[in-house]
Ligand binder design. Structure first.
Ligand code: AMP
Ligand code: MG
Length: 568
């Protein structure tokens, strides 16, 4: 492990000797530096002129540790709790607040499904405090499902086990895939049940309650800025922007504010700096969208309140992983009609969301052309990164010209022709011997033999190996083989490029559901196995091959395994 000792970082400490969570020094710069709600009563209301409201988590009956992400603990410099209950677990369940913590719920608004929704805010997430890890980076610890806040509106402030397991597993899976994301430290059962109408069919049922402690340098969203501009609270807008820049984008921070303490002093950030900061947000968001597309991840609720200002994947709700490749697929039942947030729309929606952010930052930047430039940077970053990743996925040095464009668009059409597993198809392409022309000419002319390299990717093999699909697939593979030969890259480097772009293991929706079902019965072994395998998603791990298989038929229409509601 690389435990760099930078700046104010603590000394290198062997993992076994890491301090307990309760002994970490906590800070609260968000609260210290920014204007808060002057009212502290915990009742739903419209908050004005504030970035947050101070609010404590509501204690739960019997907090019990269900899972702990060791590497996240090490990142923070905290030891795994030595029992399933006790002081650290009380903190993670919201029953204990440590010195230095000033728990708060953030105020934000957002555009939901294309419409301004007004104030939303942390209705069930409460940030406890910040801690500087051994790497010198400050990160917030936030409990999701920690009880009501002034932003809860009519909802209960709680979270169910199934959605908490999904957030815990997926944030870690994304991290190991190399995709920017918030992290998850722990999963705690509350010992209380939560009533949810999972199918929105008028049948609410009690479900197991849980709390995830999630971790990120910041949970600030586009919506934190939108709400301030919407209400004309421009001084608070300026202070939030200066805070985020000084804490999280020090490269844009004037030297005197880089070490924070921006407080209410007049801004020394000039308009062009805000514009360059916006460009960086666009760049990061563009990179993030390319990663989602590469891995077949569909967020499912890309409202502007679910878009991280740091370009992280944030708020794991009714997300899903593509099984059959389908640009139109959305995991979110609420989105089934409009398909606004379907797989193939994600970059366009990100652009739309960034345009809303541009509107919110306009009073600071005061230069529409500069904001337009930022949006252009999003488009360029996404296109270049996605093209580069597609080239990697195909094992090509780069994609250029009309014939490569046609190769790609024909592939996307082909993948939707019969149900073809995205992960298995691209992983299977590594088995296609692209130097075949020199060697085995017979295979090259045998449609079924060629398609055979990809057999595992097809949900209906009979259909895949019948006309017209077989001929189309074999024809495409011949063009692909010829194209790869033109590249002339050594086989080893081609395979390495593909291996790093094409995971073997992703958090298939039914796998997450299996972890949930087992945990509901008190068995954490399924979750632990999945966590273990997803730590090396690009490695073969043959003993876990079964976790790489295509979705079994029983899972096709089972709740939680295909489409999900927002009910969590
Ligand atoms: P989401 O769709 O999960 O991003 O949530 C949208 C808004 O609803 C946010 O303000 C959430 O904090 C709030 N919210 C979602 N679920 C709950 C809940 N169970 N209790 C309180 N607020 C919630
Ligand atoms: Mg949200």
């Amino acid at each position: 492990m690389n435990l760099k000792n930078q700046g104010n970082a603590r000394q290198h400490v062997p993992i076994s000797a890491l301090p307990a969570l309760c002994d970490l020094p906590f800070d609260n710069s968000f609260v210290r530096e920014l204007p808060g709600d002057t009212e502290t009563t915990n009742v739903p209301r419209q908050v004005r002129n504030a970035c947050y409201t101070l609010v404590h988590p509501t204690p739960v009956r019997a907090p019990k540790l269900l899972a702990w992400a060791g590497p996240v603990g090490e990142m923070l410099g905290a030891a795994r709790p030595d029992s399933l209950t006790g002081p650290a677990v009380e903190v993670l369940g919201g029953n204990r607040v440590l010195p230095g913590m000033k728990p708060y719920a953030a105020r934000y608004g957002g555009h939901q499904f294309g419409h301004w929704a007004g104030q939303l805010g942390d209705g069930r997430a409460i940030t406890l405090g910040e801690v500087i890890g051994p790497d010198g980076i400050s990160r917030e610890l936030q409990l999701k499902g920690a009880g009501k806040t002034p932003y809860s509106r009519t909802a209960d402030g709680r979270a169910v086990l199934r959605s908490s397991v999904r957030e815990f597993l997926c944030s870690e899976a994304m991290y190991y895939l190399g995709i920017p994301t918030t992290r998850a430290l722990s999963l705690v059962a509350t010992g209380e049940s939560v009533v949810r109408d999972m199918f929105y069919d008028g049948n609410p049922q009690p479900e197991t309650g849980a709390i995830v402690c999630r971790v990120a340098p910041s949970f600030v969203r586009f919506g934190n800025f939108e709400i301030l501009t919407a209400h004309g609270e421009l001084e608070t807008l300026r202070r939030l922007a200066d805070y985020v820049i000084s804490q999280h984008f020090p490269e844009f921070s004037p030297p005197s504010t880089a070490a924070s303490h921006i407080s209410s002093a007049p801004s020394i950030t000039d308009k062009s700096t805000y514009a360059r900061w916006f460009e960086e947000i666009c760049r990061r968001t563009g990179t993030l969208m390319a990663h989602w597309m590469r891995a077949g991840f569909v967020h499912g609720v890309m409202n502007t309140d679910n878009m991280s200002i740091l370009g992280l994947t944030i708020d794991y709700g009714p997300y899903g992983w593509l099984e059959g490749f389908d640009l139109q697929w959305t995991p979110n039942t609420t989105d089934a009609q409009g398909r606004r947030y379907c797989f193939g729309n994600q970059a366009d929606v990100a652009h739309w969301n960034l345009t809303r952010l541009a509107g919110a930052l306009a009073p600071l930047v005061d230069d529409d052309a500069a904001l337009e430039r930022g949006l252009g940077i999003f488009v360029d970053t996404f296109q270049q990164t996605w093209q580069g990743m597609l080239a990697d996925k195909l094992g090509l040095v780069s994609l250029e010209g009309e014939s490569d464009n046609a190769l790609l668009s024909d592939l996307f059409a082909l993948l939707q022709e019969v149900e073809t597993d995205m992960t298995l198809f691209f992983h299977g392409l590594m088995d296609v011997p692209v130097d075949m022309r020199a060697g085995d000419g017979a295979t090259l002319h045998d449609d079924a033999a060629l398609a055979g390299f990809l057999r595992r990717a097809f949900y209906d093999e009979q259909q895949a190996f019948a006309s017209p699909h077989l001929g189309l697939l074999a024809g495409w593979l011949r063009r692909y083989i010829a194209r790869a030969a033109l590249d002339g890259a050594p086989a080893q480097s081609r395979l390495e490029r593909m291996r790093c772009a094409n995971p073997k293991y992703v958090l298939r929706n039914y796998l997450a559901q299996q972890a949930i079902d087992a945990l509901e019965q008190g068995d954490a072994s399924v979750l632990e196995r999945i966590m273990h395998v997803l730590k090396n998603p690009y490695d073969e791990q043959p003993e876990h091959d079964v976790l790489a298989d295509r979705r079994p038929e029983w899972a096709r229409h089972k709740a939680g395994c295909s489409a999900l509601s927002c009910s969590s």
